[in-house]
Structures are given as structure tokens and as C-alpha cells.
Ligand binder design. Structure first.
Ligand SMILES: [Zn+2]
Length: 201
């Protein structure tokens, strides 16, 4: 069993302040969360920098990704080291994801730039039903959407500042490597979880 936060921004996002090194340091000292997907807005720079910082640690895993603003709404791609070519339409970005074996997640579908129920028209792998900065109502609607579409549910803190890290995360029946994690998510072997307020990091 592994524990992973699938939605984190670094200072490479215009609206975030987290240093890539901070993510690695916190994963290293965290009692059980050892996997982080770095998903900056429209860039993989933060993800690649975090991966470099983590290279010396064998018990933590950084999954490189990005949260891409398409014409239709935002989509997270995990397991990418470069961005698709523009124009960023859902059709183009999903074709790129397929070609690169990326895992696709619809983040906060009921917030601004959320994809809402248009996800039905694309082969998205999972729906983010627990987002650390969405309202409980928006998360509940996302959960209903996951149920209605039969798609696996995942969580992400959507941290933009260090104190927001790990607020929501996934328990996954997988081993500590990207392929195992992606396979488990697609099979629905993921349980979105909420950090208890009694847990201090
Ligand atoms: Zn985000």
C-alpha cells in the first residue's frame, strides 16, 4: 500500500510559492506519504526540478505532470516530461496523453475551469473527487460525477503553499513505481483520503 498526493503546484506556477526542494524534504520526513505528482499550470518545469531534487532518495517517488488549461477546461496529465503542442483543445491534449501513456485526471470538475460533465466525451482515467481547496459542495458534485460515469475517484491537495501540502491524498494498492500506480488507479484501487486535523507534518 502506498500514499500519494496527485495535485501539487510549485513556484513554477504563477500563483504558487512551494519550492520543489520543500516537497522532497517533506516526503522524506512524512510518516507514510512517499509519492507526489507535481502538476504546475501549463509547465513541467516544476515537476522536472522536483524529480531532480528527489533523485538521491530511493523511498520516495515524484511523478512528473502538469495541469493544462485547455479550451474546454483544465486537465491533469501525469507521467509526462514535455507539454503537448498547441492549440490545447481537449482532443489534442488527450491524443498526446494517449501517445505518451499519461494518466489523465479531471481536476475539480465543478470549480472555475472545471470540465464538468463533458468528461463523458473523452477517455479520462479518473475524476478528482477530493480537492484540498474546493468547497465540500464542489467535491460532492465531483463524487456524484465519478459515480455517474463509473470513473475511478482520486484526491489531490492542489497545494499552492507549503502548509497546504498533503491535505488530501490517495491510498493506493500499488508498489512504489509509476507504472504500478497508474495501473492501480485505472482499476479503481485508489481510495481518496482527507488528512485528519490531528496529523502534524
Ligand atoms: Zn491545481
Amino acid at each position: 500500500m502506498i500514499y500519494a498526493d496527485f495535485h501539487i503546484h510549485t513556484r513554477h506556477s504563477p500563483d504558487a510559492s512551494i519550492e520543489p526542494r520543500t516537497i522532497v524534504e517533506q516526503l522524506n520526513t512524512h510518516p507514510y506519504i512517499k509519492v507526489a505528482a507535481v502538476t504546475d499550470h501549463n509547465t513541467v518545469k516544476g515537476a522536472l526540478e522536483t524529480q531532480t531534487s528527489a533523485a538521491a532518495y530511493t523511498d520516495i517517488l515524484i511523478i512528473p505532470g502538469a495541469e493544462i488549461q485547455t479550451v474546454e477546461g483544465e486537465i491533469i496529465l501525469l507521467g509526462i516530461r514535455e507539454l503537448p503542442l498547441k492549440p490545447w483543445t481537449m482532443k489534442n491534449v488527450m491524443a498526446f496523453a494517449q501517445k505518451h501513456n499519461a494518466l489523465t485526471i479531471a481536476p475539480h470538475p465543478y470549480r472555475g475551469f472545471g470540465l464538468r460533465d463533458i468528461i463523458e466525451y473523452y477517455q479520462i482515467d479518473a475524476v478528482e473527487t477530493l480537492n484540498g481547496v474546493s468547497t465540500p459542495e464542489a467535491n460532492r458534485l465531483a463524487e456524484d460525477l465519478a459515480k455517474a460515469t463509473g470513473l475511478p475517484a482520486v484526491a489531490g491537495s492542489d497545494a499552492h503553499e507549503p502548509k497546504e501540502l498533503w491535505s488530501m491524498f490517495n491510498q493506493i494498492e500499488a508498489s512504489l513505481n509509476q507504472e504500478s500506480i497508474f495501473t492501480a488507479v485505472k482499476k479503481g484501487l485508489t481510495k481518496p483520503m482527507l488528512a485528519s486535523k490531528s496529523i502534524h507534518f
